[in-house]
Unconditional design. Structure first.
Length: 201
């Protein structure tokens, strides 16, 4: 037994060396495999990104015409507060068409449109347009075409009763080449406005 024990004791350093060699060889292989795997992922990622199409910036939208027409539309609305038809006239092109908000009303040309404006001014004071949002209209391709759209709230005081009336509204404007209003469409409850104005408690 002593001889076997002595043999094993003498053999132990050799086993340790063998194990260390095996360990380092195994570790080296793992390191090489991991490095190869990482390198492969980097190469694949590089190929994927290189195949992506170049990002194109959005073309700049020209709003020059819209801004000129917007100024006309806002000035037109301001004439209702100042109740000044003379300022309103040059903002309209001679062939203007007005689509009033009253149900069943016919499209109106210049004279009828001005008469309609005068009717609102005669029957209401302190007319104002607030909480407004203005934005460009577009053509079928989605590009601004110079038209103007707006949503907001009209508030006015009835001359006859003193009732204060507020109504939500939406309006669209189309313009000619001279930035005059060629077409205007009004969308709001005009009948409801008149009923609220004349209501007596």
């Amino acid at each position: 037994m002593k001889k076997i024990k002595d043999f094993l004791i003498g053999f132990t350093p050799f086993l340790i060396v063998i194990h260390l060699i095996f360990f380092f060889k195994f570790t080296e292989k793992l390191f090489i495999m991991k490095s190869f795997k990482t390198l492969s992922l980097i190469v694949v990622a590089g190929l994927l990104f290189s195949c992506q199409p170049a990002v194109q910036s959005e073309p700049e939208v020209d709003l020059t015409t819209y801004n000129l027409n917007l100024a006309t539309a806002q000035k037109f609305f301001a004439t209702f507060s100042s109740e000044d038809l003379e300022v309103q006239k040059p903002l309209l092109c001679p062939g203007v068409t007005h689509y009033a908000p009253f149900l069943g009303s016919e499209p109106a040309k210049m004279d009828a449109m001005l008469a309609n404006s005068k009717g609102w001014m005669d029957n209401f004071d302190d007319i104002s347009y607030g909480d407004s949002k203005w934005f460009p209209g577009t053509d079928d391709s989605g590009k601004p075409n110079g038209s103007v759209m707006t949503s907001g709230s009209w508030t006015a005081t009835s001359v006859a009763t003193g009732n204060v009336v507020t109504v939500s509204a939406f309006h669209t404007f189309v313009f000619n080449a001279e930035n005059q209003i060629h077409e205007v469409r009004d969308y709001f409850d005009a009948t409801g406005v008149m009923a609220a104005a004349m209501k007596v408690d």
